[in-house]
Write a protein that binds this ligand. Structure first.
Ligand SMILES: O=P(O)(O)OC[C@H]1O[C@H](OP(=O)(O)OP(=O)(O)O)[C@H](O)[C@@H]1O
Ligand SMILES: Nc1ncnc2[nH]cnc12
Length: 152
């Protein structure tokens, strides 16, 4: 059986990079090249779930960021037996929502989360596929600190 370190190296090798996509100067890391290989996806799932389990006692919900966070967040939430909650791009969620604008590597956007889906004091594991500038993650980190005081 392979070690976690070996699996991580294997997974890195499955990621395909595309220079200058979608804009000049961006090195685009295509996670779908990894998901298209069942052996790689299986190893990734095992690693993500085992890491999430190490913090499981501290978290109440898994929050996934639109859209690639939706590929991994629900898998983790299901394995931990806790709710999965989406943060979506503007205009996609029904009902009352909280709104937060953010910068990313090649643009800016607005994210929303439904009001009341997280209770004050609950702790969230925030899941996405990758951090580039950190813009997406940082906005939501502060969002949680401000409104819910629930970060790990
Ligand atoms: O660290 P950052 O600079 O914030 O960049 C990373 C974010 O950008 C990508 O999402 P994108 O908004 O391109 O949308 P997608 O997941 O729908 O492709 C990626 O999935 C991360 O969420
Ligand atoms: N370099 C990058 N590769 C893939 N997705 C991204 N989203 C933002 N920056 C990215």
């Amino acid at each position: 059986m392979s070690s976690d370190k070996e699996d991580i190296e294997f997974l890195k090798g499955c990621l395909k990079s595309y220079p200058d996509f979608p804009n000049k100067g961006i090195l685009f890391q295509d996670i779908f090249s990894l998901l298209s290989q069942p052996e790689a996806f299986g190893k990734l799932k095992k690693l993500l779930v085992s890491r999430a389990k190490t913090v499981a006692p501290q978290i109440d919900v898994v929050v996934g960021l639109d859209s690639r966070g939706f590929l991994f967040g629900p898998i983790i939430a299901l394995e931990l037996g806790i709710p999965f909650l989406p943060v979506r791009k503007k205009g996609k969620l029904p009902g009352k929502v909280f709104t937060e604008s953010y910068q990313l590597e090649y643009g800016e956007d607005i994210l929303e989360m439904q009001d009341g889906v997280i209770k004050e004091g609950q702790k969230a594991l925030i899941v996405d596929d990758l951090i580039a500038t950190g813009g997406m993650f940082i906005e939501y980190f502060w969002y949680f600190v401000r409104y819910y005081i629930c970060y790990i």
